[in-house]
Design a protein around this ligand. Structure first.
Ligand code: ATP
Length: 347
């Protein structure tokens, strides 16, 4: 089955030469919750707006439910809902007015879902939306999106400003949307990585306008570890390559690394061969994210470099982590530094 959402070589440069999205590739299968994470300015919102056809790309192609939204028929557009980061709903309308209004436009509008969500989220029906709190206004926008029974739901930081109870309830509602007989595919951007870990099937990490690492959430949780290897001598042996390292630091005889290791046999092999002591710690997705971007300088002149800089590594069949020249990051499979070994030893 073709992916429900796909983008190929998607690129958008804003006035002033800011490359917000740069050759982005993405494929999302039916029934998946795909979480997009990345630092501020990584290009998440621009990507969602490009996918929704709210911005024209400079280059590349977008397909949602088989076509791009510029030319999609009404019946297709009605199956796609989007809640933007600062979604404005007409503030003079009440929730009753808003639902009546939306029901005219959406063939699949479901009054029962609207009523159920308003009850669960304790939203008043007859107050002007402009007089509700910021979080309640956000929930009203999410309610209208969910009540359209979307086949595809794009959410830009949906839980921003929601209290923890509302956030949990929103996650439940998204899961219910997924489990409905007609199903749903969800793409959401968020900085709440802990929430995402419980909700998402796949996660893509954006950096400088493209997805630099992606994979199944379960797979990240099962395989990514922080490992500390202490060698018996004064230095790390020159020929040693840390298996599956996303990032590593060397200090004398100690390598500390964030690694993708499918199982423990890899550590046993290092112990046996080098007589090293090894400590392995599990990491949350948020910790992996922090480790990947910690201390990573941003080029102040061009924070979104062009296509030809750096190289890409593949992890789980997806475009992988960016390797800038001279960086000592990652590699799916075996660790390699782009710096020569002699320099690595000095680092
Ligand atoms: P955040 O997590 O802070 O919401 P983001 O990952 O969603 O960030 P974007 O909003 O997509 O990032 O912005 C990506 C880059 O594009 C930023 O450098 C931003 O300044 C720039 N940008 C976004 N929209 C515009 C615009 N309309 N005009 C000019 N530059 C823009």
């Amino acid at each position: 089955m073709p992916p429900v959402i796909s983008a190929r070589d998607l690129t958008k440069t804003f006035r002033g030469g800011i490359v917000a999205v740069s050759g982005l590739d993405l494929e999302i299968e039916a029934g998946v919750v795909y979480g997009l994470i990345g630092r501020n300015g990584a290009g998440k919102t621009t990507t969602l707006r490009l996918l929704m056809g709210l911005l024209r790309p400079d280059r590349g192609e977008v397909r949602i439910l088989g076509g791009d939204l510029w030319s999609a028929p009404r019946s297709t557009r009605h199956r796609i809902a989007y809640v933007s980061q600062g979604q404005q709903v007409p503030d003079w309308m009440s929730l009753t007015d808003l639902c009546r209004y939306a029901a005219h436009f959406y063939d699949r509008w479901d009054r029962d879902i609207a009523r159920d969500l308003a009850n669960r989220w304790d939203l008043p029906w007859n107050h002007a939306i402009g007089r509700l709190s910021g979080g309640q206004q956000r929930l009203a926008a999410l309610l209208t999106a969910l009540a359209t029974r979307p086949g595809v739901l794009l959410l830009d930081e949906p839980a921003a400003g929601l209290d923890p109870i509302a956030r949990h309830s929103l996650n439940d509602c998204l899961i219910e949307a997924l489990l409905r007989s007609d199903g749903c595919t969800i793409l959401l951007s968020t900085h709440l990585i802990g929430d995402l870990e419980r909700l998402a099937t796949r996660v893509g990490i954006m950096d400088r306008g493209r997805i630099v690492a992606a994979g199944e959430v379960d797979d990240w949780q099962r395989t990514v570890r922080k490992a500390q290897v202490v060698f018996p001598g004064e230095f790390v042996p020159r020929e040693f390559n840390m298996p599956g390292a996303l990032r590593s630091e060397t200090l004398g005889p100690v390598i500390t690394a964030i690694c993708r290791a499918p199982d423990d046999t890899v550590w046993d092999a290092i112990r046996t061969r080098y007589g090293a002591r090894i400590n392995v710690f599990p990491l949350t997705l948020e910790e992996v994210f922090v480790e990947m971007f910690r201390d990573r300088p941003t080029d102040p002149v061009n924070p979104h470099p062009g296509d030809n800089e750096g190289e890409f590594i593949t992890i789980s069949g997806q475009p992988g982590i960016r390797v800038d020249k001279g960086d000592t990051c990652r590699v799916g499979g075996a660790f390699q530094s782009t710096a020569p070994p002699a320099q690595r030893d000095r680092d």
